[in-house]
Design a protein around this ligand. Sequence first.
Ligand code: 5GP
Ligand code: ZN
Length: 115
Amino acid sequence: MAQKDDCIFCKIANHVIESDYVYEDDLVCAFRDNSPQAPVHVLVVPKDHYDNIVDGVPADVLAAMVHAVGEVVRICGIDKDGFRVIANTGAAAGQTVMHLHMHVLGGKKLGEGLI
Ligand code: 5GP
Ligand code: ZN
């Protein structure tokens, strides 16, 4: 698996286009959403292209993404008692960038509902 042509998150994750990075390792990186919905709104993405979380993503990549969420929480100083992780999957769920990503949202009182 590798990058996909014309995928903006492939380009950001591999520094073809630079962004506001928070964390990076061999498999994933995390950067600030350019249209933030909370004081801290960071996207965690794999460096290889997968359309979504059920697109045959290897376990080590999924583990690296979850590890990165923890790093984002630590680095950004998010209150561990109040943040949210979201992976919109498919257009009907509001996924607009078809490269797997987890939103990490925090830094404010979040609504209590799931949707
Ligand atoms: P989705 O709706 O697919 O779950 O989330 C996509 C997110 O990516 C949106 O919150 C949107 O603001 C963000 N986004 C889209 N294009 C860019 C970009 O070029 N740079 C950054 N930093 N965020 C982006
Ligand atoms: Zn991609």
